[in-house]
Design a binder for this molecule. Structure first.
Ligand code: PMP
Length: 426
């Protein structure tokens, strides 16, 4: 029989440690919110392949669409022979995205590629070079997106020097002591000390920081950024790669703020488990790059486009935006019952819009001193108890819950029961 430990040994010998894995288990099969490892053990999956599976593992509609596509063609390269699923998906995204005026969409394969290309497009459209991002933000691991990502360890160490013209302002998070006013003041200082606003092509941020700990950008902050961008001719890039596709109870996380960005990056849950990413933006901005300047051999794979079109149908038919609100409310109510209990580890900061829910492990009840070691212990204990759980956050103190929006109330409850057990002190 194949065992997790035997495969782990083979993996350690064959695969570099730079790509780390949150759990020591190897997947055998998965269905909606459940996963079985190669030893036959069943897990409730609250990780969703890192926010990719808002429609769950192997949604039947997605699998059927992919199977139908496999029977026709799997790859032509959009740059050689174009195909309808790409165009149809672009049309759907253009209609759905909160962009002012006509929109256009270009597709890629990974989130980092989308973020890189959003910056390329912004540079082409403005004729400017600089980009401002935020502390705690995550935009990818490629050379430019690593620079955009607002976390040095483990993403930047050993990989310098960083590409130039990237600056960071503190993201406003009340319990870290950073107010909206302070964050805006820091931007002013960047304009004074590092780069004049006329040299800034774009400001990029997540509407709800994902890897940074599920911190939502306050609406007044987004509005101030929009005004700042308008004043200086800077483009606002909204990275929806983790917050998008219904997770927050809206199709796009930024819809909670009423602000319309110039460019939006999408990936992850867009295609229900198939590699696909995109940049959606104002048509005039999107057309700034010259023919041949954008693209990629596999960018906008027809198989992934077929999956994404099915995902959008499922979201509508199964009313997953309303479902996100329902599941989020249930989860929050249950988490509230864990607060202040002496038989459980201390937690605080239950937060997040819709089903983009997280909380922090803290040093003591009633305080908010982050305890990353406790979060690590909880994810490990959860796995022993049959629950796949991911941490995140600046100090690794945050537990994020990424169950599918297609999960049944029963499976959600089972997962939350296992979470409660994982929080139990011995
Ligand atoms: N942006 C955000 C907000 C993300 O959460 C991620 C992935 N965690 C990325 C970009 C990068 O996506 P990928 O790993 O597909 O390159």
């Amino acid at each position: 029989m194949r065992t997790n430990s035997a495969l782990l040994a083979r993996r350690s010998a064959a695969v570099p440690r730079g790509v780390s894995t949150a759990t020591p288990i190897f997947a055998d099969r998965a269905e909606n919110g459940e996963l079985w490892d190669i030893e036959g053990r069943r897990y409730v999956d609250f990780a969703g392949g890192i926010a990719v599976l808002n429609t769950g593992h192997r949604h039947p509609r997605v699998i059927a669409a992919v199977q139908a596509q496999l029977e026709r063609y799997t790859h032509t390269a959009f740059q050689v022979s174009a195909y309808e699923p790409y165009v149809a998906l672009a049309e759907r995204l253009n209609t759905l995205a909160p962009i002012e005026g006509p929109a256009k969409t270009i597709l890629f394969t990974t989130g980092a590629e989308a973020a890189e290309n959003a910056v390329k497009i912004a540079r082409a459209a403005t004729g400017r070079s600089a980009v401002i991002a935020f502390t705690g933000g995550f935009h990818g691991r490629t050379m430019l997106t690593m620079a955009l990502t607002g976390k040095a360890l483990p993403y930047k160490r050993l990989f310098g020097p960083m590409p130039g013209e990237v600056f960071h302002a503190p993201f406003p998070i009340a319990h870290y002591g950073i107010t909206v006013e302070q964050s805006l003041k820091a931007l002013e200082f960047i304009f004074k000390a590092d780069v004049e606003p006329e040299r800034v092509a774009a400001i990029i941020l997540e509407p709800v920081q994902g890897e940074g700990g599920f911190h939502q950008a306050p609406p007044e902050f987004m509005k101030a950024l929009r005004a700042l961008c308008d004043r200086h001719g800077i483009l606002l890039i909204d990275d929806e790669i983790q917050a998008g596709f219904g997770r927050t109870g809206r199709m796009f996380g930024i819809e909670h703020t009423g602000v319309k960005p110039d460019l939006i990056t999408v990936a992850k849950s867009l295609a229900g488990g198939f590699p696909l990413a995109g940049v959606i933006g104002r048509a005039d901005v999107m057309d700034a790059a010259e023919p041949g300047g954008l693209g990629g051999t596999y960018a906008g794979s027809p198989v992934a486009c077929a999956a994404a079109l099915a995902v959008l149908e499922v979201m509508e038919e199964e009313q997953l935006l309303a479902r996100a609100a329902h599941l989020g409310a249930r989860t929050r109510a249950r988490l509230e019952t864990f607060v202040g209990r002496n038989d459980l580890r201390p937690i605080a900061g239950i937060r997040g819009p819709g089903a983009m829910i997280a909380f922090d492990l803290v040093a003591s009840h009633g305080a908010h001193e982050p305890d990353g070691a406790a979060a690590k212990a909880v994810t490990a204990k959860a796995l022993e108890g049959g629950l796949i759980l991911l941490s995140c956050g600046v100090y690794g103190e945050t537990i994020r819950l990424l169950f599918p929006l297609t999960v049944s109330d029963e499976l959600l409850t089972e997962g939350l029961d296992r979470l409660e057990d994982a929080l139990r002190i011995v």
